[in-house]
Design a protein around this ligand. Sequence first.
Ligand code: ADP
Ligand code: MG
Length: 448
Amino acid sequence: MAEGIPRELLMNTALINELVEVAKDTAVLQGFLVRIKESPNSTEEVTHAPITLFPTPVPKALFLQAIAVQTHYNTLVDKISQDPEFLQEALGSTIAVDDFTARLFKIHQQVLKRGRLQSIVLGLNRSDYMLDQEDGPSSLKQIEINTFAAASGGLASRMPDVHRHILKVAGRLEESQRIIDNNPAVGLAKAVAKAWELYGSKRNIASIRKYFEDVSESGKLDEDKRLFIDYQEVAVIYFRNGYSPQNYKSEKAWEARLMMECSLAVKCPDISTHLAGTKKVQQVLAEPGVLERFFPDQPQVVDQVRATFAGLYTLDMGEEGDKTVAMALATPDRFVLKPQREGGGNNIYGQDICELLGKVKNSAERMAYILMDKIQPVPTQNYLLRRGKPHKICNCITELGFFGAYVRQGKDMVMNNCVGYLLKTKSSEHPDGGVFAGVAVLDTALLF
Ligand code: ADP
Ligand code: MG
């Protein structure tokens, strides 16, 4: 059994041209659509979701490893969110220099001061990995965990049928059967529904979408801190944005966030779970003894989680941080420099690392960043199908994300699952950038 798509198929131009049309057509017929850049708010102008023509081979053992570790990641994120001392220690240096993280941290402190009212917690996250093959066999290495607006679960749910169909048209029945079902949307929705049910709502689930500014205008807390928007009580808040400074266009937006955090509604994520997903926390977790704090009697769990860590290094002021600077300046191509930002396109690579560290290495400004080993996956060949771009074969890098969903009520984990995966593939020319930055496209795993 071949691992992936045979080269003679990849190079068969006539067949590829036909398959590209089949792929786009199938995506459109199945309602696998995205809005377009020129009219991002239009529901009339849409196009097929950006996809790879073929699935990407992924070793089954690593795929299963990621599924198995996901419930521990859920637990870890949840435990961090309940440990104010840890968050204070871990983020102390960051908030001294990074205004955005400092502002989020202030909300977290305000919530703690007033006392947390809601004992129901809903966590929907996505842990992203690459398969590192720098030395020896490939291993699963975490890029980061997204605890805020972990996207594309809905799109990922539609991918398997598209790839199965392309493979069948290409006469590759055996490969088409190796594409497993994947429906993160259902698993994520079940967790939201569970949180809603525990909140004790009586009516059917209705959902509304609001900007922070709308919430600031039409949202109110009653004397029991129940949140009402346009006179409707809100049981669960899912934050679609709020992870980047640009999402807070005014002071009103910040006030709305604070009001929601102080309400009885279940927040996904709540402010402390949001902070648990910062890159600085990720770096601190990799320090010796830190995972043990969260899994005190579970050495196997500690090993399982730690096995997925890449090298992560502090840039705090002091000896350790100085070592990190020296190492990065000596071999910048081995690392990625990351600020405390989300959403893609923020990371710094190669010579730019030297330039930046050259400027900030002796000042506290450097504490706004962490340094990470650059993961070196072996590229695969595929065609990336994106509206308006001619398809041509290219060397691709793939990133695997696994969706975690959990619901806790007080001390009880009522639900704790891995609910599916997301495969994103991009040309190896691009060091960074997601699906909506116009760089990566959706993909599925061809397990072997
Ligand atoms: P963001 O929160 O902005 O999405 P990420 O940490 O996920 O930031 O990085 C964005 C992209 O940069 C990733 O999707 C990946 O392509 C690339 N990247 C990040 N960290 C590494 C790394 N350690 N090695 C190789 N590539 C990385
Ligand atoms: Mg990310």
